[in-house]
Structure formats: C-alpha cells, structure tokens
Design a protein around this ligand. Sequence first.
Ligand code: NCD
Length: 317
Amino acid sequence: MQQIADDFREKDILSLEQFDTKSILTVLQQATHMADIATMAKPTTLLAGKIISLLFFEPSSRTFSSFAAAAKRIGAQTIEYQGMHVSSVAKGESLSDTIKTFASYSDAIIIRHPEVGTATKAAEASDIPIINAGDGIGEHPTQALLDCYTIHNHAGKLDKLKVVCAGDMKNGRTVHSLLSALSKFADNTVYLLSPESLQLSPTDKASYTENGLTIHEIFHEKDLPKDADVWYWTRVQKERFSSDEEYEKMKHRFILNLDLLNTYGNSNLILMHPLPRVGEIATDVDADPRAVYLTEQMRNGMYVRMALLALLFGEEV
Ligand code: NCD
C-alpha cells in the first residue's frame, strides 16, 4: 500500500497503514487552520473548480455530510450518491466501471461500501484519488484522523496514552483504524472491553501489537483502569450479524451510564463515540463536561476532512 510519507498530493487514502506519525500530525495541524477557516465569514476558494464525488453504498449521516460540507467549505463542488440508487450499479454494472465513470467527471472519489477492500479495488480502477469512508468491517481512516485530532486537542499528545475502547472490537472499523493510529505512537496502552464473541480478530490484534501497542482485552467493567485518558465507546454493529437473536443478546452488554463513569472514570478523561449510538451511552451522560461525542468530536470530522481534501490537492494552508 502506498505510503503517504507526508506528501498527500494525488494519493489514495485507504488505510491508516499508509500513515507515519509525521503524516498524521500534518493532518492535525492543517485541521487546526481549517477550524478557523470554517468559522470565517468569507468563503475560501482553496479548491475552487474541483469536483468531489461521494459514492456511499452504505448508510451514513456524519461521514457523508461532513465530507460534503468539508468540500463545499473550501470551495469544491460535489456529486453525491447515497444508497444503491446509482443507476448503473442498480443495473448490475461492475465497481470498476462505475469508478471509471465518476473518475472521468470529478477530481477525487470518496467511497463507502459494505465489503472490506472495496476502496482498494476502487483505487486500482481509478486514476484520481480515492478516499475510503468505511469498507465493511475493515477500516475508516478519516474517522481515526478526526479521533486523533480530538484526543490531541485534549491530551496535547498522541503517545503515552491509556485508552479504553468498548463495544464491538471485532466488527467496528472505527476502532480498527484508531488502534492502528495509536500503534504508531510510542507507549500507548489500550483496554478493549467487549463480549468475548466480539473480541478483535487475532490478525488485527497481532498487527497492532507488532507495531508496539499494548493491548489488554477485558470482559467486565470491573477490570476498567481508573486512570484512562480516553473512553471510546462504540455501537455493536448490527448489520454485521447473521442473526438478529445474536445481536439482541450482545447489543447492550456494556452500557455507559453516570454510575459507571463515576465509578471508573477520572476527572480528566474524555468520552468519545464515533456515533450513531443506539442505547450504549445513556443520554444523561451527554451533559457531562467530559462527553465530546455530540460536540467537538463531530465538528472535528469536518475540519479534518477539509484538511485532508486540501492536502490531496497540494493546497495546504
Ligand atoms: C461509524 C461507521 O460508519 O463505521 N460511524 C461513523 O462513520 N461515524 C460507526 C458506526 O456506524 O458504528
């Protein structure tokens, strides 16, 4: 897979594997400028004349609209498809032909698809940059970058952190990309709280630990560390289950409520969630000052995507 090596121009963004620490920090630094740009009264024209295609073959609220908003806030225009309504796809056209079509009309393609590896396949068919906005249970690199930005804004660093991730470690692509990002920085430790059947796959686990990440898999709330910097809660990924019954048994195994937060949390941690949540965080936690999922974390998605799009076209600020 092509490495970014701090030069984003015309590259595909498919996986966190492509990033070294310097490249991650460049996105974060650019995102800080983009946060200022987003609140400026005067529109920017950094990407004026560019057209970005958004092809989302799986449902999305935040990723889709934050990418669309990001493109527009820096002057690009968008072609937007959500669902299976792309005419040619509905008629049975191959992915490769569909990608070639959109590549001939636009300057970059952002794709979300239920199958692992689809973004990589799209990149093979395309001569313009492809951004992976989630490929099945695989990766969600732009989510990890916005998560890193959020953590960095609070902790001031991305190393020597203690991070709790809870929920669906097996199927959650946001966790996969976040662990990959954390494994690049020194001395990070993660506690993964999940039902045993939703543990990380051995292959995923080996790839993060080989990079130097310390992983503790835990199956009970009582094993939560009390000195974590971040709690990253996630939804059990219903659409990845073959039986509704199995999903129902798992979906609310770990609910974050004020009681749990006050028992195991400390006053400095931040509470994150990629969203959507479907009951695994009680709504009375939202008002806690440590909760950033409905506020900063979500907004940061737009800033980070503005930064990434600008970097792809060599238009950093
Ligand atoms: C996540 C996703 O689609 O992977 N949502 C998002 O992009 N913010 C998380 C999820 O759906 O659980």
